[in-house]
Write a protein that binds this ligand. Structure first.
Ligand SMILES: Nc1ncnc2c1ncn2[C@@H]1O[C@H](COP(=O)(O)OP(=O)(O)OP(=O)(O)O)[C@@H](O)[C@H]1O
Length: 241
């Protein structure tokens, strides 16, 4: 039997540029980091430091130009489109704006999250969606349209949609930016709890200090470079085995 890789993500010597000719500008410089399976990692840094570029590269939404990125054991640099598509199906995405379909109910939105993961019967998709909506505490709102849900509830639907297909990795870009303090805490706790119970790895971009307190690992980018990489919890564990 295959043993699972300890690292879900391994980035070595990653560079990235935008634009062509005189307008060509380097956005990422020689990034090196690995992210362990099941961990909850925060990526932070000032505006324009390259956080979204990193997330979109790891999410197979943008091609790797230079360097090595191994995701779930596959090399992204030079990968075929079919490999990238298969990998994308194993990921869950959560964005700052929840990106729910306004004309679909909470349940229908989450069912769509199951269906992108491949061939699943309607009955199974329905069952899985109801189950995850229960886990995020929205059993009494499954038939509501997004317009009739609060910001926190909408983001919880987005979390349910990202997690319903049991992704190996969740990539989240400022998922709490639009939320009040209580809803933000709820959404982060939920991501952590569900991630833990399902073994999901989470990489989350944020400026939110409440999330930092909960991180296993904090990576800081500045001007396209990793300037700090700390694992506060692991360090504590090492000192107190
Ligand atoms: N599509 C693009 N075309 C040209 N330049 C881009 C593009 N996307 C990003 N950049 C540039 O790359 C750099 C990194 O941008 P990126 O969006 O990754 O930063 P960020 O840390 O996510 O910023 P923010 O916190 O503001 O979202 C910036 O200098 C930005 O201007």
């Amino acid at each position: 039997m295959e043993t699972p890789d300890r690292d879900v993500i391994e980035v070595r010597g990653l560079n990235h540029w935008f634009g062509i000719g005189d307008a060509r500008k380097q956005a990422l410089y020689d990034l090196n980091f690995a992210i362990e399976a099941g961990s909850f990692t925060v990526l932070m840094g000032p505006s324009g430091s390259g956080k979204t570029t990193v997330l979109t590269l790891l999410g197979c939404l943008r091609g790797v130009q230079d360097g090595s990125v191994r995701l779930l054991g596959e090399q992204l640099n030079g990968a075929r489109e079919t490999t990238l598509m298969t990998l994308r199906r194993r990921l869950g995405f959560i964005f700052q704006a929840h990106n729910l379909h306004e004309s679909l109910t909470a349940l229908q939105n989450v069912i769509m999250g199951v269906q992108v993961h491949g061939d699943v019967s309607d009955e199974l998709a329905h069952k899985a969606a109801v189950h995850v909506l229960e886990l995020v505490g929205l059993s009494d709102r499954i038939n509501y349209l997004p317009a009739n849900l609060s910001g926190g509830q909408k983001q919880r639907v987005a979390v349910a949609r990202a997690l319903v297909g049991n992704p190996a990795l969740v990539l989240a870009d400022e998922p709490t930016a639009a939320l009040d303090a209580d809803s933000a805490s709820e959404v982060v706790d939920l991501l952590k709890r569900l991630g833990r119970s399902r073994g999901t790895t989470t990489l989350l971009v944020t400026h939110d200090s409440r999330i930092l307190e909960r991180a296993d690992r904090i990576l800081v980018l500045e001007d396209g470079r990793v300037v700090s990489d700390t694992a506060p919890r692991t360090a504590q564990k090492r000192h107190h085995p």
